[in-house]
Write a protein that binds this ligand. Structure first.
Ligand code: HEC
Length: 183
């Protein structure tokens, strides 16, 4: 009995399927590939690390954890871009545009030009020539991607309280290797 009922149900469903669906649905045309530009591209790189090509932006260094599971800037610098304390002594710096380019706490800006920021992000070299922590990935961004990230870092700070305390953009302390010390 049970088998028959199941069978009947199956047939009914099949019929319903056929009757309820007189025309085969015309397949929707494949969506045009969404290639974000400008601030949307910057947001994408910031949040996922995916560049304009649709794949993760190539990078060197970045620490073991990041290499194992690459993501965007957000993973280290935080959703608001204001960095975070990761241990008693270590802090990942804030990278909102004002944090990078405006004077903070009576100190001169961390970077005097966008080109200097570019060098830090792509080569891991501070404006004073100091090599940055190997934890910071060296991002092989295209000019378009870098400009987009900068635009997003500007947008990110809108509505945020100003970064006043120098500790918010203090560098992560790490042991410089000997070769870097002899500069
Ligand atoms: C795996 C963690 C990690 C990720 C991901 C990461 N950063 Fe960093 N970043 C760091 C660390 C750590 C420093 C501090 C390096 C130092 O001072 O030696 C840093 C420093 C910086 C600085 C210099 C800030 C300053 O005050 O000197 C900039 C600019 C920066 N990151 C931008 C970015 C951007 C843009 C992205 C995404 C495209 C990104 N970072 C992704 C870890 C990361």
């Amino acid at each position: 009995m049970k088998t028959n009922a199941t069978l009947a149900g199956g047939v009914l469903l099949l019929l319903l399927g056929v009757v309820g669906c007189p025309k085969a649905p015309t397949p929707a045309p494949p969506p045009a590939p969404m290639v974000p530009t400008g601030v949307a591209l910057g947001e994408q790189v910031f949040k996922t690390g995916i560049g304009a090509s649709g794949t993760h932006v190539p990078f060197t260094k970045g620490g073991d954890k990041f290499r194992a599971e690459p993501g965007g800037c957000i993973g280290c610098h935080g959703e608001d871009g204001r960095g975070k304390q990761i241990s008693d002594k270590e802090r990942i710096p804030a990278i909102t545009y004002p944090a990078l380019r405006e004077p903070i706490g009576g100190q001169p800006p961390m970077f005097s030009t966008d080109e200097a920021v570019h060098k830090a992000v792509t080569q891991g070299v501070e404006e004073d020539g100091e090599e940055m922590s190997p934890v910071m990935p060296r991002w092989q961004l295209t000019d378009e991607e870098f400009a987009a990230v900068v635009t997003y870092l500007k947008k990110l700070s809108e509505g945020q309280p100003p970064i006043e305390a120098t500790h918010e953009h203090e560098h992560m302390k790490y042991e410089h290797s000997e070769e870097h010390k002899t500069k």
